[in-house]
Design a protein around this ligand. Structure first.
Ligand code: FMN
Length: 241
């Protein structure tokens, strides 16, 4: 299938065929493909909880307000934004970046590149991601507003903005997963209709982890797709400058 075929085929499926099980190894493979999605600063602050256990599926469907897509799902994947892991990921991403520079950069460029990466991952990223009841975010925002008077600087520096950034990256992972599943011949429906507290309790998510989206998975019944695809006119969301 071409990308256009996949995009045309993928639909939000609200009723899966109970007679058609799906292979959990294929779903796992699709999650591996989703891991190739880009993330901000390559921090990969996300996690996928692949739910195949019938009892957990039932509990999860209930936490999704017993929507039909959840009640009929063969499996579900809960994508979780893991801003809380920023320290650990920052350290490991820097280690990988340094190793890659040593492997592939010209010898005379290595030290400069390593220094810049080290400053980025040991100073800038921790400064941006560290939280303190919103206060550090306010301090950062004040600084970026001030510096922004003189030169371009990132303005999304409050704790809320950083949270959005982590969810943004996680959503790219989710979209990649949806397309991978479509290519594998499986159907999905992304959900944000759920009680996040119940989901977190059910899956034993740690504090600081936030459910980004739940994806129901299975094979569609014809009645599982609600009508022809609806979109507003493209011209309304496209502007050329
Ligand atoms: C973030 C997000 C949350 C969604 N939440 C739900 C949901 O809780 N229940 C549901 O039935 N569909 C949900 N959907 C599916 C959308 O309604 C669906 O994608 C949209 O109507 C477009 O249809 P299509 O995916 O078939 O093109 C959600 C989609 C997204 C992207």
């Amino acid at each position: 299938m071409t990308l256009q075929d996949l995009l045309d085929h993928r639909r939000a499926v609200r009723h899966f065929d109970p007679a058609q099980p799906i292979d959990e190894n294929v779903v796992r493979r699709c999650i591996e493909q989703a891991a190739l999605a880009p993330t901000s600063s390559n921090l990969q602050l996300w996690e996928a909880v692949h739910v195949t256990d019938p009892e957990v599926l039932q509990g999860l469907a209930h936490a999704c307000f017993d929507q039909q897509t959840a009640n009929t799902a063969q499996q579900m994947v809960v994508f979780v934004a893991r801003r809380d892991k920023h320290r650990d990921h920052t350290r490991r991403v820097l280690e990988q970046a340094v190793a890659e520079i040593r492997r592939s950069s010209p010898a005379d460029r290595q030290e400069g590149r390593i220094r810049r990466q080290t400053i980025y991952y040991t100073k800038l990223v921790p400064f941006l991601y560290t939280r303190c009841f919103g206060l550090l975010g306010l301090l950062r925002k004040g600084l970026s507003l001030l510096i922004g008077c003189f030169r371009p600087i990132m303005q999304e520096t409050t704790e809320g903005s950083v949270r959005v950034s982590v969810h943004k990256s996680c959503a790219l992972v989710v979209q990649t997963f949806l397309l991978a599943m479509a290519e594998a011949g499986y159907d999905t429906c992304p959900l944000e209709g759920y009680d996040s507290h119940r989901v977190a309790r059910l899956l034993g998510l740690p504090r600081g982890a936030e459910v980004n989206m739940i994806i129901t998975c299975g094979k569609r019944l014809p009645s599982g797709v609600w009508g022809a695809r609806q979109r507003l006119p493209f011209e309304e969301c496209y502007r050329k400058v």
